[in-house]
Write a protein that binds this ligand. Sequence first.
Ligand SMILES: NC(=O)c1ccc[n+]([C@@H]2O[C@H](COP(=O)([O-])OP(=O)(O)OC[C@H]3O[C@@H](n4cnc5c(N)ncnc54)[C@H](O)[C@@H]3O)[C@@H](O)[C@H]2O)c1
Length: 341
Amino acid sequence: MMLSLEDLNINLANYITSKTPDHVVVVTSKLARQFCLNKINDLTNCDIIEVENGEACKTLQSAAFVWEKLLEYKVNRKSMIIAVGGGSVLDLAGFCASTFMRGIPIMYIPTTLLSMVDSAEGGKTGINFKGVKNIIGTFQQADIILNCPTFIQTLPQLEILSGWAEMMKHGILEGHSLWKTIQNGILDASDPNWNQLIEQNIQFKQKIVQSDFKEAGPRKLLNFGHTVGHALEALKLNDPEINHGICVANGIMIESLIAFEIHLCNTEFLNEINSIFNRDFPKITYDKSEIPQLREFIKADKKNDIEGIKCTLPNRIGDVEYDVIVPIELIEKVLLNWISV
Ligand SMILES: NC(=O)c1ccc[n+]([C@@H]2O[C@H](COP(=O)([O-])OP(=O)(O)OC[C@H]3O[C@@H](n4cnc5c(N)ncnc54)[C@H](O)[C@@H]3O)[C@@H](O)[C@H]2O)c1
């Protein structure tokens, strides 16, 4: 359910009253605190753990910092942790909550478009380690997620685009109304239609996750764009103009080119994806000398196994398949072509 700011405050107060936790601790980032937490009445006087903005918080050091604070605040299994922030804060806080005392209840209040339509849902938590994205983590659903689309109004356009990329992925997988939404183009941040779009995207993801929580089968569909996307993100970790969704959008485009090379999708599909990509997203480039690094990140991807590199690749709009084994040499060839055109 999408909540107005007023309803968020009411729902939150009711939930806390009904659960009677002995302690409420908030994990947030500086910007999420400034733009969102300060508007949530019941949380401003709680113990607050502030971590770094964005991807920089998904480190072992930040996790240790959160665990230290949980000890200091004497958090126990009757306490409640509330994560207020984007996907990075939610991934970190979810990871810390699921490991501290073998699991403390957590509530998510996502504050970015991406965290509403994607990362808050589905119970994946995690941090990056040795440059590999989300390589340490757990599966643990939040006890409750409160979505307030008003929060997206303070996001820079680059962060709106990041969420839009995951919505494009959902659109390609679903192939009907969600794809139509993407074709129609991005909305202004204050457009009231976001409420419905966010809700539809959440429902789409929930349906897939419910069928395969631990990602043994169909949930792998949601990895479309992420084999190459995560490698780009690891390579460009310190570039402020590049975020998760921009990498996923580029990953979707590059993986579509891989699918074309192995005759899964046709030119018509490529042109359709290309026109949306060119309209909405910046192209990520890299130097030829960085391709070996990308190759190592791709080889370290969690989805691979002894059989080789496993990608989720498209046949056509609304028809995507997972566990497609792709030779690394072919991926390298497409990565080279990408910067040659
Ligand atoms: N767990 C999952 O299933 C899953 C799914 C998709 C993505 N992710 C992860 O999510 C992360 C990306 O999350 P994200 O796109 O939400 O970005 P983010 O959490 O990195 O936040 C981006 C920036 O926006 C700021 N911010 C947050 N809310 C704001 C607001 N309302 N107004 C202004 N600024 C605000 C943050 O402080 C940060 O500087 C990646 O690490 C990715 O791996 C996880």
